[in-house]
Design a protein around this ligand. Sequence first.
Ligand code: NAD
Length: 253
Amino acid sequence: MIATDLQSGVAVLGDMIAAASVIVPFTGAGISTECGIPDFRSPGGLWTHNRPIPFDEFVMSQDARDEAWRRRFAMEAVFAHAKPGRGHRALASLYRAGKIPAVITQNIDNLHQASGFAADHVVELHGNTTYARCIGCRQEYDLAWVKQHFEAGKAAPDCPACGDPVKTATVSFGEAMPEEAMQRATELAQHCDLLLAIGSSLVVWPAAGFPLMAKNAGAKLVIINREPTEQDDVADLVIRHDIGETLSPFVRN
Ligand code: NAD
């Protein structure tokens, strides 16, 4: 069912939230656009400026690594100053109320943690861009360390421990999905009674499989996104509206 207007959509959503005992949100870049972080596919989104650098290119080419880090440093002010939006805060309210055990997210911006979710209750399918990691030995590094070495050597640094490249702790296109996160997301999707897909175009697989997985396991599915998605037909409720406005009635401070 597609909500005819925001008010009736919020009313139905409120009833569904009240009736559910275990709610699992599945979030995408759209929940963070009001925090100043552009999504990928909207007009003006990141893809309109930069072609993503696939994992194998990052591994093979120093130029690609330099470019990847230049782009990341160019976004630093945006990521460093972003604060949780109304969508994040509404979900954190439901988490504190005991309705949400954990959030599954495609986002890499750390804003669910900043809104009050324990780090262990944020299942990051695509990693986290607020720190770096060696792609070989998995040693973690602060971004400040990478920046200092990049500037000193005029190139993206390799791991001092093992010599492999250091990358943001994100999952690049062509890189394997994190097994533990996939496993935890599967368990959450299969054991909730309401899945809220929020701000995702639902075109990036395998992540986009989790809303369908929950629906197939018997959960109700709600999609909140200002554009249509391919899963709207199977959803119990679709709210095609701004996420912050839709979820602000559920914020409890
Ligand atoms: P996407 O860009 O493919 O889709 C975002 C969707 O959100 C779009 O359909 C857009 O219409 C909608 N949207 C944007 N702002 C909205 C708003 N205020 N209200 C309602 N809808 C809104 O993003 P995706 O599905 O998450 O996939 C992109 C991938 O890019 C993710 O896997 C993620 O790893 C990465 N990414 C993350 C961030 C972040 O961490 N904030 C930002 C950009 C990209």
